[in-house]
Design a protein around this ligand. Sequence first.
Ligand code: AMP
Length: 215
Amino acid sequence: MRLVFMGPPGAGKGTQAKRLAAAYGLRHISTGDLIRAAIQNETPLGQKAKPYLEAGQLVPDELVWELARAALAERHYDHFVLDGFPRTVQQAEWLDELLRQVGRPLQVVLNLIVPDELIIKRLSRRRVHKITGENYHLDFNPPPPDVDPSLIIQRPDDRPEAIRQRLEVYRATHEPLEQYYRACGLLVDVDGVGSMDEVSARIQAVLKAQGVLTA
Ligand code: AMP
């Protein structure tokens, strides 16, 4: 299975991509995770990527391509779900060319759709533990009573105004990418509103309808 997962921040994209990977033995390739690991391990690539990530900008293509190529090669350019890559049309063209060379083209690009108002509601209720980095949600996954409430904070970029800004950036950069994959006939919209199980079921239905899943 060769999939790309797209969706705005807070759409549940990472969660669904991980579920899909676990269910079908795919490698979940999140370029954001790979970049953060490179920074953590202080590799030369990580050191180059760090200022971009910290400024909330896109990391230069050559760095992301190096990470993506290595991750894709590990499973012989098959059995993967990409998450957070490609982020630009140029990256999409690079991926197409790479997969064309090995004769394993993409099969489906899943486009998770969640209305802005719901994303703002979801992300603005998110809280994080200042020290452990653990994520909570005030309604669905509240911090346990034994956790010191003064350590539970809201990320500055999770405030409604900042979320709106992040969504605008997402729309501006993803619109051309969506058009690109729509024109290739690969893009399939998936309704991202509902419980995690409901959304997973919709994704499975799409993969069956596209002939990617036979079971
Ligand atoms: P994410 O975890 O997907 O939200 O990514 C976190 C950060 O990693 C982004 O803000 C970018 O700085 C960088 N990043 C992740 N994926 C890419 C990509 N495909 N192209 C460029 N930068 C990326």
